[in-house]
Design a protein around this ligand. Structure first.
Ligand code: FES
Length: 146
């Protein structure tokens, strides 16, 4: 009985993996399996929280050193797609200066993914919008302290 149950669960898990790989593509699937850069981040230099039209909320945390992102993280209460996109946005931010951060758009995240379900593409734009909001706040704080 236990063997049957184990086989059933293993089979089900494999089916979920296959379907997710098919939907997200290889890059998205690997990130879904291992969502790196999950936050929060202690004492970030900037953070932002944006709720998308879908009702999901994304948070991005940034730490800077010498005007470049030295650490970044995301948090979301959304779906697997928003996890994938938040994780990629955080990864893409690391090492970038403000000028370079501006180039991290929803399209740039989708390009990095290569393939992503049409109905989940908005998750990439929510991640990018949140990242840009965190950058805005960082720039405003910098201007205040000058
Ligand atoms: Fe809302 Fe993914 S469905 S961010």
């Amino acid at each position: 009985m236990a063997d049957h149950l184990d086989a059933f669960i293993e089979n089900l898990q494999q089916r979920i993996f296959d379907e997710t790989r098919e939907a997200f593509g290889e890059v998205g699937f690997q990130r879904w399996r291992n969502p790196r850069y999950r936050g929060p981040l202690d004492a970030p230099d900037s953070r932002a929280r944006v709720t998308g039209k879908c009702g999901d909320t994304m948070q991005i945390f940034l730490k800077f050193e010498n005007n470049r992102v030295c650490d970044a993280a995301y948090l979301t209460d959304g779906c697997g797609s928003s996890t994938v996109c938040g994780s990629l946005a955080a990864e893409m931010a690391i090492g970038k200066n403000p000028d370079e951060l501006v180039a991290i758009t929803g399209d740039a995240i989708l390009e990095k993914l290569g393939r992503f379900p049409e109905e989940d593409r908005h998750c990439a734009f929510l991640a990018a919008e949140t990242l840009q909001e965190a950058l805005n706040r960082y720039m405003i704080d910098r201007m205040k302290t000058k």
